[in-house]
Write a protein that binds this ligand. Structure first.
Ligand code: DGL
Length: 265
């Protein structure tokens, strides 16, 4: 059981930020990643459609014999939390609860901002998760749909990206939030711009990193940590073009060493 992989899925390549955080936090664990690039993006779609796709992917991952499922996509997590999570024999974690817990714990002025896709923001699942923390916080949310295409095009540090960010984030700044949840897989790539616009006093909480920490907790609680010391094998599956996936993946999963030059001194 423990040597089985962790299944992670997303609407496309964005969930690779979650996979990356899991690989960094748990380097001994194997991963099967499913990116639904043929049906991406999920963010502008109705929740019932996203829910249907998510259930199909969960079935696929179970067929791959995973020991745990991580819903890496915020829009899919929102749909599953709104319309119902399937009953499974393996643990399942969505990307919403972990950052909500951290934000509720760390906000000083009890004013928390949330940014995400239209599906995530309209579902109000982050608000619900913050309410469950029993800390009296005021929540301010904003859909930032253009951030997804900017991150995928690699336009993370352009002047025009900064202007887009200023347009989206102005009202959250005015609301004086001191903690901002990056509630979308793509936003860690825009952390520099988002952090700059919000200013140094605002804490950015990444749903990818906080979820990765909780994956460890779930594996320990269920006695599922991989004990085998051999290097784990990761598998990546896409519903769309393999070439497109390969082209975009390094942006989200992290750069690989493409060449090394010897230069002794
Ligand atoms: N993965 C999606 C999310 O985290 C963003 C991309 C999309 O809209 O499909 O909400």
């Amino acid at each position: 059981m423990t040597s089985r992989p962790i299944g992670i899925f997303d609407s496309g390549v964005g969930g690779l930020t979650v996979a990356r955080a899991v690989i960094e936090a748990l380097p001994n664990e194997a991963i099967v990643y499913y990116g639904d690039t043929a049906r991406t993006p999920y963010g502008p779609k109705p929740l019932d459609e996203i829910h249907r796709y998510s259930l199909e992917i969960i079935d696929y991952l179970l067929e791959q014999d995973v020991k745990m499922i991580v819903v890496g996509c915020n829009s899919a997590s929102s749909a599953l939390n709104t319309l119902g999570r399937p009953k499974l024999d393996v643990p399942m974690l969505t990307v919403i609860e972990p950052p909500a817990q951290v934000a509720a714990r760390l906000t000083r002025n009890k004013r928390v901002g949330i940014i995400g896709t239209e599906a995530t923001i309209t579902s109000r699942q982050y608000e619900e998760a913050l309410l469950r923390q029993r800390v009296p916080v005021q929540v301010f949310s904003k859909a930032c749909p253009r951030f997804v295409e900017l991150a995928e095009r690699g336009e993370t540090t352009l002047r025009s990206t900064l202007e887009t960010a200023e347009g989206y984030l102005g009202e959250l700044k005015e609301a004086d939030v001191d903690t901002l949840i990056l509630g979308c897989t793509h936003y860690p790539l825009l952390q520099g711009t988002i952090g700059y616009v919000m200013g140094p006093d605002v804490l950015l909480v990444s749903s990818a990193e906080e979820t990765a920490k909780d994956v460890y907790t779930v594996l320990v609680a269920n006695g599922l940590l991989r004990e085998d010391g051999s290097p784990p094998e990761h598998n990546f599956v896409t519903s769309g073009s393999e070439d497109d996936f390969n082209r975009l993946a390094p942006k989200f999963l992290g750069p690989v060493v493409s060449s090394v030059k010897r230069h002794p001194l």
